[in-house]
Design a protein around this ligand. Sequence first.
Ligand code: SAM
Ligand code: SF4
Length: 327
Amino acid sequence: MLVDGFGRVATDLRVSLTDRCNLRCTYCMPPEGLDWLPKPELLTDDEVLRLVGIGVQRLGINEVRYTGGEPLLRRNLVDIVTRTAALGAEVSLTTNGIGLARLAGALAGAGLHRVNVSLDTLDRDTFKRLAHRDRLDDVLGGLAAAERAGLSPVKVNTVLMRGVNDHDAVPLLRYCLDKGYELRFIEQMPLDAQHGWTREDMITADEILERLSADFELVPEPDEERGSAPAQTFVVGGGPARVGIIASVTRPFCGACDRVRLTADGQIRNCLFAREESDLRAALRTGASDDELAERWLASVAAKRPGHGIDDPSFLQPVRPMSAIGG
Ligand code: SAM
Ligand code: SF4
């Protein structure tokens, strides 16, 4: 089991399959993109599966979520999902939805259990302004295809930015209720490559709730039902529909965190905000045994800090941005 010094057990593995992306969401990366990792530095499919296999079969990982960058850009994603599902893990995907219209059926057939699609607005101009690409229709098509493929309940992730898409909270919830998608708002975190995040500009959970409450009746679900889930959920209009808010900054949930991350270049990160990584790729490529890789992984999780410390004056943003860590 992957246990840290505070008794938290990591069972949920987030694996980044690439740091590349076909969008440029302002809260994530600059319009010109980033210097992507050179291909030889990326784990191969077999390397990914070997490490995921160690996590699932020896270390108690029971959920594997593929992310990035944009995981649909990874060649052989369907095969990677098939092989992961065969290990016995629940497999899920976080994606911007571009390309999902084509792949949703094959991914569901390969054993994908769930999908989270990021959607920050329903307005084409706002989408272009926020993501620097004109791809809203592709995202909406991807969402519909995921629903048709039975990847339900389809979850939608939204990050609100002040003065950009903060007026979209109510229309997005209305749209998701209508389509049967589960919407979750994520507070913007200081993880963009350009270091443009400020606390003043962040739309807080309180503000989101205030905006939604003007149009919807929201009743918080009991905290006992939350477990290690990062989202605080609210029943909308008497139910059964719900909306979630992931308030990583203003209501941190580090005490219940059960996540560990593997980057596309084979580094274990014990926290989204970690400043240290454990290099499993180097070990793997110099002949380490499964036992040795598991030992390194255990040591990395054991060293996890109690919290992300965003409110601490000594807080330093991690060197890698969200797109390279794997959100
Ligand atoms: N490209 C995929 C996508 O957008 O869903 C997967 C990777 S993305 C880094 C994973 C999630 O992180 C997305 O839901 C995105 O909205 C969220 N995200 C990215 N940067 C963020 C930030 N600075 N604060 C909060 N969430 C962020
Ligand atoms: Fe790409 Fe996802 Fe980052 Fe947007 S949030 S730029 S879709 S990796």
